[in-house]
Design a protein around this ligand. Structure first.
Ligand SMILES: *[C@@H]1O[C@H](CO)[C@@H](O)[C@H](O)[C@H]1NC(C)=O
Ligand SMILES: *[C@@H]1O[C@H](CO)[C@@H](O)[C@H](O)[C@H]1NC(C)=O
Ligand SMILES: *[C@@H]1O[C@H](CO)[C@@H](O)[C@H](O)[C@H]1NC(C)=O
Length: 230
């Protein structure tokens, strides 16, 4: 399914031009340079898009997507293997806090993925802080809704940046990244753009691996609007 979407996304001249233009900047050049050489696998499941600051419902008249609340997009980079994430978890707690914090606090900051959370090769899943708010905001985007996992992760994604992790069923970290809103990290604030990974082979801890989505509301469940190599 993402492949079909990609075809649509790349089909208009305007979009193509936008990508070409985007690729003349330093961030994109960096991505292409590294992307060409690297074939690093950052794990069987990676985070490819983060939305921590959305347009508010009051902006809904001028922006297409508003009020979705936070969400993250997961991606299975394998060409052949389906990943089964049932019982895996998303958390913003450190390993130490996960062990030591009060159970109520842990429960609030740990979202265990429900039964039958599987991602087909080269496909996506989206987890939302507020499933219902996401469904409403992205109601017109079939692909986004199709990728949405049941349930809500409740803890927010800080607009000032933070570390988020994916844990397997034994609580071992299978993916971790720290995003930020400062320095060379892209500014996603205006009109609610998301943070999009430019190339799945790039270090997700590196600010240059990310760019603000060209579309308001980002591209949950589909290949990123700014993707150079996927
Ligand atoms: C995914 O893993 C869970 C937990 O091990 C298991 O119960 C479930 O049957 C698996 N689902 C698929 C589709 O493999
Ligand atoms: C993982 O951590 C959570 C929270 O501390 C705990 O409830 C759960 O039992 C742990 N799971 C395993 C397999 O250790
Ligand atoms: C990101 O950085 C953290 C802290 O250094 C590290 O533990 C983690 O493995 C890195 N993530 C990836 C995907 O390399």
């Amino acid at each position: 399914m993402p492949m079909m979407v990609r075809a649509r996304r790349f089909s208009t001249l305007a979009t193509t031009l936008a990508i070409v233009v985007a690729c003349t900047n330093a961030r994109c050049a960096h991505a292409q340079r590294k992307g060409g050489k690297q074939d690093t696998s950052y794990g069987e499941v990676i985070i490819t898009e983060i939305s921590y600051e959305q347009a508010s419902p009051e902006d809904a008249l001028v922006t297409e997507i508003a009020g979705s609340d936070d969400w993250v997009e997961l991606y299975n980079p394998s060409k052949t293997l389906t990943v089964n994430l049932t019982g895996f978890a998303l958390t913003d707690l450190t390993a130490r806090k996960l062990k030591k914090a009060r159970p109520e606090k842990v429960a609030k900051h740990l979202f265990v993925l429900p039964e039958n959370t599987v991602i087909a090769p080269k496909s996506f899943a989206v987890i939302a802080r507020d499933e219902m708010a996401f469904r409403e905001a992205y109601a017109e985007r079939e692909v986004a809704i199709g990728a949405l996992v049941r349930g809500s992760f409740r803890f927010g994604l800080s607009a000032k940046g933070e570390t988020i992790r994916i844990l397997d069923r034994s609580n071992a970290t299978v993916f971790e990244l720290k995003y930020d809103d400062k320095g060379t990290w892209p500014n996603t604030r205006e009109a609610g753009h998301s943070l999009e990974l430019v190339d799945v082979r790039q270090d997700p801890n590196d600010s240059y691996s990310w760019i603000a989505s060209s579309e308001n509301g980002g591209t949950p469940g589909e290949v990123n609007s700014v993707a150079v190599s996927w």
